[in-house]
Design a protein around this ligand. Structure first.
Ligand code: 3PG
Length: 401
């Protein structure tokens, strides 16, 4: 695929698709960390002789993290040390006026791309090129730089549509992640262990399928909400967990455990909040209304032993609410087990990156990726639409189109 130096971008209007999707503090909806914004700033700096229009999504429709991009513009302004303009618009007259008035070296951030319906849907590249989002904006752009590695698994118009029409190359984060991951995948050894936590249950189930099918998960250590779904499938939890399509998810988990009986490891004990205290209980004692905030000590010991005897360990999302010191025990212990293991270690996502910094063990992990779901699918050997878009443009160039 091509990179920034391979296209004549000086003086051009460049659409730069990044991923600045960031967890928000539930108390005040402020950005909780700036890792992805920091990473996005690298390509912006390297496009300093262009007129840069930055696009990103934030959150998902209907969730608490689905907000506009004003805070991201302020954070980028601080990181870059120069004013980043913000349009509270995506393809309407305000955005178009702002884009057309950009001078060389100026940066404009559009509002949350998912505020448009089309950016929440998947398309083939040719269909994405016909969406209103792409059609309204593409005539104002000369080139497209794809740098949203954490969104590489989404065939959204901003990823596969502009790149179908415009000269397109990879940004710095995409290059950095692919270089590191390709290096790691060539040296990584079995047995492969995956530690999965987090709340996006249907995404996690898809991830498990992909990893197992591609022999990238000999053992799957489950934590958080996804663990509850498997615990319910194993009849250790009898009550409703309260997630979307719960019955279907539990049924899927039950089938997976039957198909791969030795693969899944479920928590033995968990930590819950009782009168503002961390209390550890065996999973069999969980009752409706209990909110699980961490794995318990027996589970930590069991999971740590598996981690220490693994050749490659991949961890996606924290096992507990580590921002709260009472419930950070599991996250710290599992990350420390990874840091001290002889295996190859990959950690995914902003939460875990923040946790590694907090515990002072960031440099002991082989690769800390900005991506969550995209990384799981990449490690599982799936073709990612963003990578395909970059390869398609490079092929077009080679074939002389
Ligand atoms: C992520 O955080 O994994 C990416 O920003 C993609 O977000 P999504 O899972 O809501 O598409």
């Amino acid at each position: 695929m091509l990179t920034i130096e391979d296209l004549p971008l000086e003086g051009k209007v460049v659409f730069l698709r990044v991923d600045m999707n960031t967890p928000l503090d539930p108390a005040n909806s402020k950005l909780m960390e700036l890792n992805r914004i920091q990473e996005a700033s690298v390509s912006i700096r390297d496009l300093s002789k262009c007129r840069v229009v930055v696009g990103s999504h934030q959150g998902r429709v209907g969730r608490d993290d689905y907000i506009g991009m004003e805070q991201h513009a302020d954070a980028l302004t601080n990181i870059l040390g120069k004013k980043v303009r913000f349009a509270d618009d995506i393809f309407g007259p305000t955005a178009v006026k702002e884009i057309d008035s950009l001078s060389n070296g100026e940066v404009l951030l559009l509002d949350n791309l998912r505020f448009t319906a089309e950016e929440n849907m998947e398309f083939s590249p040719s269909a994405a090129a016909k969406t209103i989002l792409v059609q309204r904006l593409v005539k104002h752009f000369d080139a497209c730089v794809l740098d949203a590695f954490p969104t590489a698994h989404r065939a959204h118009p901003s990823i596969v549509g502009f790149s179908y029409i415009l000269p397109t190359c990879a940004g710095r984060l995409v290059s950095k992640e692919l270089k590191a991951l390709n290096r790691i995948m060539t040296v990584s050894k079995a047995p492969f262990t995956t530690v999965l936590g987090g709340a996006k249950v249907s995404d996690r189930l898809e991830a498990i399928d992909t990893l197992i099918a591609n022999k990238r998960a000999d053992k799957v250590l489950l934590c958080g909400l996804i663990a509850n779904v498997f615990l319910k499938g194993a009849r250790k939890i009898e009550y409703d967990i309260g997630i979307d399509k719960e019955d279907a998810m539990v049924e899927r988990a039950t089938f997976l455990m039957a198909d791969y009986p030795d693969t899944f490891q479920l928590p033995i004990d968990v930590a819950v909040d009782r009168s503002s205290e961390r209390v550890e209980i065996p999973v069999e004692e969980l009752r409706a209304g209990d909110r699980v905030f961490d794995i318990g000590s027996k589970t930590i010991d069991h999971y740590s032993r598996i981690i220490r005897s693994s050749g490659t360990i991949f961890m996606s999302r924290p096992p507990g609410l580590f921002e709260d010191p009472r419930f950070g025990v599991g996250t710290e212990a599992i990350l420390r087990a990874m840091a001290s293991s002889f295996g190859t270690t990959i950690v995914s996502g902003g939460h875990l990156s923040a946790a590694l910094h907090r515990f002072g063990i960031r440099e002991w992990i082989d690769h800390v990726s900005t991506a969550g779901g995209a990384l799981v699918l990449f490690l599982g050997g799936k073709r990612l639409p963003l990578i395909e878009a970059l390869e398609a443009y490079e092929k077009k160039m080679k074939d002389g189109h």
